[in-house]
Ligand binder design. Structure first.
Ligand code: ADP
Length: 370
């Protein structure tokens, strides 16, 4: 059995709301797992059930092979970091870090040693005598993380710990948390709505929607092999483009452009969707401008440029073709200007197909080769 096992976990709140449905996951010791999904999809509820702060309505939860459903938060050996730092405002950084250990009756000299080493890991050594209000948001969040790691527990639970920080601080703290994880080796479960945090920090990501797990996988898996439209659209920024179209004689029914599905799909797929509808997906960053020729194994699409956003390292180009609004992410030096016509290429291996009704991924030739 894995280090942490969640088997058929459900949460039904006392008001009858079914917030988490049949959550199954096995977590190995030392893994960094991220739960990601839009607000309200059940991430915090699941994390709180793992922490022992919410009871599990149905299902089994094991820690290191031992059933833990009925264990209290302290018995589980977990430390939790919340979005609100939850620091004691009238205590110094030193006292905030030391507080949990003092309660446990740990000797003063051991506390001093642990506070000093924790402060060193987090770059807080010079701030130990300050009060929380005398710190920046990033420093406060570091103290909150410090309070968790000082306890030397085996399991860290973090609920949106970076959402109160500005964009720059978030990027810095992101790598600091990853580094702390590497140093402590603690099994970590991290909740966020931010797919970039999930992609950059996780060993494995759990994508959730409306209380259901959509997919569990490495960042690579989720990006390259999403199982459905939700995961395909959630992972990646800007999101994947979806073109919903009728299929006639194996082609998408478009007015100006020609997309022959045969190039990417086998006969059984062509047969199944003939006369029906299919969703054609491609990522903004996978397209190339058509100038001076492109590889033959690509669809060439003519479009009209509505808007151009220079980001510095790349340019988002909002285009319309055959009535579909899509986004292309291009090299700034290759980006077209607003109001112009433009041709771009979608390599066959970058095409995703989805069933319009079930929203599940439909196999393509590229997928079969993986
Ligand atoms: P997330 O962390 O993904 O934003 P939550 O786990 O906090 O989502 O919430 C999942 C769903 O459960 C939401 O629809 C939320 O409104 C609902 N919920 C959360 N707490 C309670 C509660 N105590 N009673 C009833 N419903 C709740």
């Amino acid at each position: 059995m894995a280090y942490l096992t969640l088997r058929g976990i459900n949460k039904i709140y006392p008001n009858g709301f079914h917030a988490v449905h049949d959550f199954n996951l096995e977590i190995e010791k030392g893994e960094f797992i991220v739960f990601v999904g839009s607000s309200g999809c059940g991430k915090s509820t699941t994390l709180r059930m793992i922490a022992g702060l919410e009871n599990i309505s149905k299902g089994e939860f094991y820690i290191d092979g031992e059933k833990a459903n009925d264990k209290g938060p302290r018995e589980r050996g977990v430390a939790m970091v919340f979005q609100s730092y939850a620091l004691y405002p009238h205590m110094t950084v030193y006292e905030n870090l030391a507080f949990g250990l003092t309660l446990q009756g740990v000797d003063d000299d051991v506390i001093e040693q642990r506070v000093n080493s924790t402060a060193k890991i987090l770059g807080l050594t010079d701030y130990l005598e300050r009060l929380p209000r005398e710190l920046s948001g990033g420093q406060r969040q570091r103290v909150a993380v410090g309070r968790a790691i000082i306890r030397k527990v085996d399991i860290f639970l973090m609920d949106e710990p970076l959402s109160n920080l500005d964009a720059k601080q978030r990027v810095t703290m992101r790598s600091e948390i990853t580094q702390i994880h590497r140093e402590t080796g603690a099994t970590t479960i991290y909740v966020t709505h931010d797919q970039t945090e999930a992609m950059t920090m996780a060993d494995r990501i759990v994508v959730m929607k409306d209380g259901y797990v959509q997919q569990v996988g490495t960042p690579y898996d989720l990006y390259f092999n999403p199982v459905n439209m939700f995961v395909a659209g959630f992972i990646g920024e800007p999101p994947m483009n979806f073109v919903e179209s009728k299929v006639k004689k194996g082609n998408l029914v478009l007015s100006d452009n020609q997309i022959e599905l045969r190039a990417v799909a086998d006969q059984d797929v062509l047969d199944k969707y003939e006369g029906g509808e299919i969703v054609f997906g491609f990522r903004p960053e996978c397209v190339r401008p058509v100038e001076g020729g492109v590889a033959r194994s690509a669809y060439i699409i003519k479009c009209f440029v509505n808007l151009v956003e220079l980001l510095g390292d790349s340019t988002n180009v909002y285009v319309n073709f055959d009535g579909y609004n899509t986004i292309l992410k291009l090299d700034p030096h290759q980006a077209p200007s607003v109001g112009s016509s433009f041709e771009f290429a979608i390599p066959y291996e970058s095409v995703y197909l989805f069933d319009k009704t079930t929203e599940k991924r439909v196999k393509t030739k590229a997928l079969q080769q993986k």
